[in-house]
Design a protein around this ligand. Sequence first.
Ligand code: SF4
Ligand code: MG
Length: 347
Amino acid sequence: DEPLLRIDGLRTHFFTNEGVVKAVDGMDLTVPRGKTICVVGESGCGKSITARSVLQLVDRPGRIVGGEVRWRPGTGPATDLARLDPAGEEIRRIRGGEIGMVFQEPMASLSPMYTVGDQLAETLRLHQGLTREQAREKGIDLLRWVGLPRPERIFDSYSFQMSGGMCQRVVIAIALSCDPALLIADEPTTALDVTTQARIIELLKNLQDQNGMAIVFITHDLGVVAEIADDVTVMYLGKVAEHGSVDEIFSNPKHPYTQSLLRSIPTMRSSSGAGRGRLTAIRGMVPHPQNRPSGCPFHTRCDSAIPGTCESTEPPLIQFGGEGHRALCHLYDQSGELRDTSPKPPV
Ligand code: SF4
Ligand code: MG
């Protein structure tokens, strides 16, 4: 699979008065053309900052301080998005053009000052040079395509006149208006009710089948991951704890963090709906990145932590058989076999 986007060693830090917060610190991610990569992990692991870094949307006091974000690395000299001027022409052409984005709060993505049609048409005219009439026609078609009823009427409506689910469809229509090669969706369904969530997921799958775009889908809902992912990247404190195909991650998870995320699914799916989307089964909380634990950053919460090793030494990157499955963990030797880590009797 030809990669569309390749992130290598990305580091995005925040320079606050209290010190440097290493929100993303050595993140790697490869997105093949037409595939869906899910990025999972609890809140505060750097998922959103990674997405925002790709598009040069990191707010101050945050800054990309290292690594590369190669766009279309397979075709000649690739653009390093991490080096582009955040306010420059080039990133603006890519953002909303070749790469579409959908964020968690659909209402916040739309301006209450302009109609849906104004906002949709602006993107179409900016990126595709359409006339006012052409933009209206194409805009209405897009609203119909994302399953909105009476699209002519919605074209002339304001966001506050619509439900959250309708707004998210509008945001998706805007994101898709330029036929992007990649859609980055950051928890696009988290703010929506369960039925609407399911419809939006279905919509994204259908749209992908039709236009072949790649999707980076950020979520903490592993039910959604099982439904849409080709590959899964598990993030913990700013880097990849484990990566693999969706089958490997669900049937053969190697990293203790991945294993505890998977154990937490029944909690998320409780019948009362309480705690849905919260990964409550994992002991303790994600440490603040400013207080990143030494050694393996997960050692403060890991039931398999090896005393004398995990808290002091960075874990090695282990490759497991097939499909790029890899994890950062002391439990395995270089061939991917479990090491004997039981305490040795004193000699
Ligand atoms: Fe747990 Fe150690 Fe593996 Fe980290 S390196 S996940 S602490 S066993
Ligand atoms: Mg987030």
